[in-house]
Design a protein around this ligand. Structure first.
Ligand code: H79
Length: 691
């Protein structure tokens, strides 16, 4: 009998949220975000003119509105069409499992009855009703989970930082204290809160930990969003409207608005066709769920409290789709294959695989490479059966035109008998040496704040094929990893190993011709991966300059703004395949790509201006390209250094014996024994394992 084997392991040590994550949260899949506040009354218009820059919920900032003029809007804010029960019913009908409501956005206006300021819906408007309380109660009546959004920045609080373009300022001690007390009000006065969606600001680690501890003390089950910063959270949150193209080994969420340009109501928004938007958002939901995440889709009610009919119709359309296709979404796991197929996406649940096939990309044959098991049947979910056959040990599905009714993509259910196994294609190694290059990485999204977010690697997994009955893996590590305590797991048996001691091994580096180093300025967001092409050792495109005065190993300083990056590119020609070592000096964050593949990426914490590390680069014979992105979060200048190392100090460490389970395929994985946080990059890219 086969067991279901997902190489994508969730067995990652957590430093925060030992009791959490909450499995009900993990299984929500689809939830409603509500951006509703004083800004909704303006609907993206000031002085009769549309304010087109920035999001409409930030109209005070982008429209350059004086604080007293903005606050005066509250006198007209009388949302007589607000109906909490109707909003919750809409969420239900849309197939959503929770509602997340803006208790306070950046403008500082509270949509609940705060006792700490009279700048709130009860005390400052003619409406005088605590709409958040009404929503929380409507949720309870209708068995819907209730969550809150809370802005960590506040444009109304006198002791907070003033309005900035990026919304990622620090918090003054007074402002932090004010936030603590408001969060306490929210966590004690509105019943159970399923998640708290902190947003923006750039907190110190102590501040993030303080808010995390407060929420956890008052409501231990409440899931805390990654936007609290410093990886102090229960789930990771992508940047606004960002959809990752990778799976994660941690709970995560994409929050999305109907239109990328705004979250709050914008009266002059061109909306297009309901059916087009419904199809777009169904595809987005599939994309998120097939990568293991939750989708939080926003509505922006009007100033009178009513829901925009376009948004209502789209949501009802999605609910109808989920009524038929929900079994491929709810309770489903991420795509169990270690690749994303060209024709669409995959989810898995129980003994079923669900294939979402884009009609425009429908192949004649869908080859389920890596699937081992016995297929009982295949059919369009809720519609007709279709052909599936085992050909030379590989399952092949034969799709037909428009197999699914009322769906933008075809949904195929492949039902297997008694479970199945999925072998990763890229993760087993003939050479018996396990490295980052042939691993299936387990990813997380690590964020110190909104701009310092990146795809971190928190574990490596491999599948190995061997006929022996036991293994005694040998580890190879360098000075960089010395002292790290790792967990080495073979066939599920975990042992802790300290990377220390062992014998020194000599290695022979290939002969390398190092090309010129070029540099170029680029934008913020540490995590965005730049594409660079080159001809004859020179990168193509605007802005590249030769690093004329860069001396090997010496610090090179460049004036740049905060949240800016600089790219460095160089070609290396090797006379054979083999490892070289380079020493790279960088600042608040770095990403190193060899031949387009990320070797390592990490941020160095708050205010770390400059530090060096040695990185093994596995070169291939001939031309290789090295791209380094150095990120500046806080400083006035950016630092960089680069030096090829002549020697390579590698230590060889033997481990204990691991018994192997029966069968020819076995799992092997490494991770840190005690990661600082569940999202922290483990930085084991120099580690190799021979088995
Ligand atoms: O509440 C919504 C936004 O108002 C809030 N987060 C979501 C959930 C937010 N505040 N600041 N930011 C997000 C930072 C956003 C920065 C950017 Fe952009 C978004 C950079 C590029 C896209 C907005 C649009 C600023 C420049 C263009």
């Amino acid at each position: 009998m086969l067991k279901v084997v997902f190489l994508f392991l969730l067995g990652v040590q957590v430093a925060y949220g030992q009791v959490k994550p909450d499995s009900a949260w993990m299984n929500q899949k689809f939830s409603m975000f509500i951006h509703w506040g004083l800004y909704s009354q303006l609907g993206g218009v000031w002085n009769g003119k549309p304010v087109s820059s920035g999001y409409s919920e930030q109209i005070q900032s982008h429209g350059g509105i004086f604080s007293d003029w903005y606050a005066a809007v509250a006198r007209d804010f009388n949302p007589v069409d607000w109906d909490a029960d109707a909003v919750v019913k809409l969420a239900k009908d849309a197939g959503m499992k929770s509602v997340v409501f803006t208790s306070k956005h950046h403008d500082g206006f509270c949509m609940y009855h705060s006792r700490l300021t009279d700048y709130n819906i009860v005390d400052a408007t003619p409406y005088k009703r605590d709409v958040m309380k009404e929503l929380a109660e409507a949720c309870r009546r209708q068995d819907m989970r209730f969550g809150v959004y809370f802005s960590l920045i506040d444009w109304h609080f006198p002791q907070a930082y003033p309005i900035s373009s990026h919304n990622a300022d620090p918090l003054t001690p007074e402002h932090y204290e004010y936030n603590l007390r408001q969060v306490e009000e929210i966590m004690t006065g509105y019943g159970p809160v399923s998640e708290i969606w902190f947003d923006m600001g750039s907190l110190t680690p102590e501040q993030s930990r303080g808010l995390y501890a407060l929420v956890s003390r008052l409501q231990p089950q409440c899931m805390i969003s990654g936007r609290l910063g410093n990886d102090c959270s229960d789930f990771s949150v992508m940047a606004d409207n960002e959809y990752p193209d990778y799976k994660m080994g941690v709970p995560w969420q994409t929050a999305a608005s109907f239109f990328d340009e705004t979250w709050g109501y914008r009266s002059w928004q061109e909306r297009g066709e309901v059916a087009d938007k419904r199809d777009e958002k169904i595809r987005s939901l599939i994309k998120v769920v097939s990568r293991g995440g939750n989708y939080l889709l926003n509505i922006g009610p009007k100033g009178d409290g009513s829901v925009v009919p376009f948004e209502e119709q789209v949501l009802l359309g999605m609910g109808k789709w989920l009524g038929k296709y929900g079994e491929a979404i709810y309770g489903a796991k991420a795509n169990p294959f270690d690749y994303v197929p060209e024709w669409g996406d995959v989810t898995a649940r129980g003994n079923n695989l669900y294939l979402f096939v884009e009609r425009g990309k429908r192949p004649e044959r869908i080859v389920l490479e890596g699937l081992r098991g016995r297929v009982k049947r295949a059919a369009y979910l809720g519609d007709g059966a279709l052909n599936i056959a085992e050909e030379k040990g590989v399952w092949v599905v034969y799709p037909v035109a428009n197999g699914s009714v009322d769906s933008p993509v075809d949904v195929i259910c492949v039902e297997l008998e008694e479970g199945y196994e999925i072998l990763p294609l890229h993760a087993w190694v003939a050479g018996r040496m396990l490295t980052w290059e042939n691993a299936v990485p387990v990813n997380a999204y690590s964020s110190m704040d909104y701009y310092t977010g990146f795809r971190s690697v928190i574990a490596y997994n491999w599948m190995i094929k061997t006929a022996v009955r036991q293994l005694k893996p040998v580890l190879f590590y360098t000075e960089e990893e010395r002292g790290k305590k790792i967990v080495l797991a073979v066939d599920g048996e975990e042992k802790e190993v300290v990377l220390d001691g062992g014998s020194r091994v000599k290695t022979q580096a290939p002969r390398v011709v190092w090309g010129n180093i070029f540099w170029k300025r680029t934008g913020g967001l540490l995590g965005s991966i730049p594409a660079v092409s080159a001809v004859d050792g020179v990168p193509e495109g605007e802005g590249w300059q030769l690093c004329g005065d860069l001396q090997p190993g010496l610090k090179w300083e460049l004036p740049v703004g905060e949240r800016r990056s600089v790219l460095f590119w160089q070609e290396m020609v090797a006379d054979r395949d083999g490892d070289v070592v380079v020493e790279i000096g960088s600042g608040n964050g770095v990403m190193v790509l060899l031949n387009g593949q990320v070797v390592t990426t990490h941020s160095s914490g708050r205010g770390m201006e400059y530090n060096k590390e040695k990185i093994i680069l596995p070169l291939k014979k001939g031309k290789n390209s090295l791209l380094i992105k150095v990120y500046n979060r806080f400083e006035k200048h950016l630092c960089f250094s680069f030096q090829p190392e002549s020697g390579l100090s590698v230590f060889r460490l033997e481990t204990e014996i691991y018994p192997l389970k029966s069968g020819s395929w076995h799992t092997c994985g490494v991770r840190l024994a005690h990661p600082e946080t569940r999202n922290s990059a483990m930085r084991l890219n120099n580690l190799k394992i021979r088995y």
